[in-house]
Design a binder for this molecule. Sequence first.
Ligand SMILES: C[S@@+](CC[C@H](N)C(=O)[O-])C[C@H]1O[C@@H](n2cnc3c(N)ncnc32)[C@H](O)[C@@H]1O
Length: 271
Amino acid sequence: MPEFDKSKAYSQQEKVFFDDGREVELLHYVYGKDNLEEIRGSPEKVLAAIDEFGRTKKYLMNVGEDKGKIVELGGYIGYSCLLFGNAVRKAGGKRYYSLERNPEFGAVISSLADLAGLSDVVKVIIGSSDASLKRLHDNGTLKHIDLMFLDHYKPAYKTDLKLCEELKLISPGSVLAADNVISPGNPSYLEYVRASPQQKKEWTQQANGQGAPDVRFQDKTVQQYANRGESTALNASLGTPGLVYDSKLVHSFEPTGDPDGIEISRCTGEE
Ligand SMILES: C[S@@+](CC[C@H](N)C(=O)[O-])C[C@H]1O[C@@H](n2cnc3c(N)ncnc32)[C@H](O)[C@@H]1O
C-alpha cells in the first residue's frame, strides 16, 4: 500500500464530529471563497475547497481522495457524490443516486452538486436507505444497481445489501464498494460477502437476531445517529443466499491519515 501524504491530512476527529453546525459552516466557507467564480462548474475545485475545510477548519466524515446506474448509501455533505458523480459523467453515465437520511445534509449535497455543475447527474434522495431503496424499486426508477457504495449506518450494510438482493437490484454483474470495513470495521458485512452460498443458506435457515445490530459492533457505532432519535431498526430481508461474490479488501486511508479499507465485492453468479 502506498504511504499516506501527511500534508493532505484532515483535522483529527473530535468527540462530536458531525451534525454540530459544521455542515452549514462548510457551505459558508465554500461560497465565501474569493475564487468562487473559478470554483463554479468544477467538481475538482469544489472537492478541493471541501478538503481545505477538512484540513484547516474541522474534520468531515468524507470518503477522502485516497479511496475514491450508481447508488450511494449515506451522502453526508456530498464529497463521495461529487467525486463519483463526476467520474460517472466522464464515463458517459447518466445518474448518480445519493441516498441520505438527514434532510439538512441532503440540502448541502444538492447545493454543492449544483455549484460543481453536476446537478444533471446527481439525484439526492432523502430518507432512510431501506425505505428509499424500496420506493425507487417499486416506482420503477431503479431496476438494477451497477455499483453501490455503502457508507452509511454500519449495521445496515448487510441488511440493506440483503434487501437489494431480494429486490433483484443487486444481481450478477453488480459491484459493491463498502467503506470503513477496518475503521470502525464491519465483521457481519465482511462475513456475508465472503461466505459461500451454502454457508449463507444455512444462516438463512437459522435466521435469528434479524432486525437488531450485530453484537460485534461497538455501542458508539450502533448509537452514532441516535442523537436525533433516528431509528436503529434494521430491515429483516432474507436476501438471496445463492448469489456468489468475488470479494477483496483494498487497504487505504481515512482523510485524517488513519488506516482504513474498502471491501470491493463483485457479484459473479448465482447457485
Ligand atoms: C460517513 S457519512 C457519508 C460520507 C460520504 N459518503 C462521503 O464520503 O462523502 C454517513 C452518512 O450516512 C447517513 N446515514 C446514516 N444512516 C443512514 C440511513 N439508514 N439511510 C440513509 N443515510 C444514512 C448519515 O446521515 C451520514 O450523512
